[in-house]
Write a protein that binds this ligand. Structure first.
Ligand code: ATP
Ligand code: MG
Length: 307
């Protein structure tokens, strides 16, 4: 109910020169200024609070979530060092743990660069035809303003994350996609508990018959992608990790829709040629019942129902 007298009384409180709480607490010592607060909230240098709750539900990895994953809000992320500096992103090793419990997991944080010196060699080729709903964002991206560069980096991070979710759900061995937040994708760390990353196929030192099992896994992974109607788009012996006898596919931001992209079949053929040539050059001759390097492209085209 409207009561003008009451409204006047309450307005007076806020119109007062001196705020009410100051009157009440006149004898309390002055509060420290904001500058006196530790911006890291008491965390050691290099640590941050877990960013898990900052990603929207759609920006967190698919369920069921792996048992090893720490999702506690009280967790902190400790940066343990850089794993690799790449052309478009840097990959860091993080430990996400709950202080005082001994529970933790290792994560790889792939951070896309938005700085001017980043090489945009993949942008026009792959981003073409991908629709960006926000027209301010698409104009900024076209103009390469600082905001536009940040948006492009976020697009890459988002594209990598959703491709990894799709592949994980289809059963293709990829690092479990933990979450994406802005330009950072957090991934399952592929490596040993002491923080040693798994070697890339190109560096694993295997040759000849020892490669047969990896070839079989590769053909099966690529066939699953083809059936999903996509190609990795940058597949090589540098974007495959070998861990405990398993071939893990990484680096997926440029995944190509082989039907919608006019050059889709070309990307699929190129992926097949890159890995096929590498295996052939490293002495693979027994294909374990799978198509050989020369037959791979045709096999994948058939799986993707391309001519
Ligand atoms: N989940 C992971 N676990 C362990 N190591 C990883 C992981 N993801 C990436 N790496 C390491 O970081 C390197 C770079 O990752 P990725 O290929 O995704 O990034 P990139 O920026 O495209 O690099 P490049 O320019 O070298 O292709 C990989 O070759 C691998 O050694
Ligand atoms: Mg790579």
């Amino acid at each position: 109910m409207h009561d003008p007298a009451r409204q006047r009384r309450s307005r007076r409180r806020f119109d007062d020169d001196e705020p009410t709480f100051a009157k009440r607490d006149r004898h309390r010592p002055a509060l420290p200024s904001l500058d006196d607060f530790d911006v890291a909230d008491g965390l050691p240098a290099g640590d941050r609070w877990s960013t898990w709750d900052q990603s929207a539900a759609s920006e967190r990895g698919p369920r069921p979530r792996p048992d090893w994953l720490i999702t506690d809000l009280a967790a902190t992320d400790t940066e343990l060092g850089i794993l690799k500096t790449g052309k478009e992103a840097d990959v860091f090793l993080l430990r996400r743990g709950v202080p005082g419990t001994g529970r933790s997991c290792l994560l790889a944080a792939k951070r896309y660069r938005s700085a001017e010196h980043r090489l945009f060699h993949r942008d026009s080729e792959y981003l073409e035809g991908r629709r960006v709903r926000d027209s301010r964002a698409s104009r900024a991206m076209a103009g390469r303003s600082a905001f536009g560069r940040e948006m492009i980096a976020e697009q890459w991070a988002g594209a990598e994350f959703s491709a990894l979710c799709q592949f994980h759900l289809a059963g293709v061995p990829v690092p479990y996609p933990v979450q994406v937040l802005g330009t950072e994708v957090l991934l399952e760390f592929i490596g040993t508990a002491d923080g040693t990353a798994a070697p890339r196929l190109a560096e694993c030192g295997l040759r000849g018959a020892d490669l047969a099992g990896l070839w079989r896994q590769l053909v099966q992974s690529m066939a699953t992608l083809a059936r999903l109607g996509v190609a990795h788009g940058d597949l090589s012996a540098y974007n495959l990790l070998v861990h405990g006898g398993q071939l893990v596919l990484i680096d997926t931001p440029q995944v190509v829709d082989v039907i919608a992209n006019p050059r889709g079949a070309e990307f699929l053929d190129r992926d097949a040629a890159n890995v096929g040539n590498w295996f052939a050059a490293h002495g693979l001759s027994d294909y374990d019942g799978e198509p050989g390097p020369d037959e791979l492209a045709a096999y994948l085209r058939a799986e993707a129902r391309l001519r």
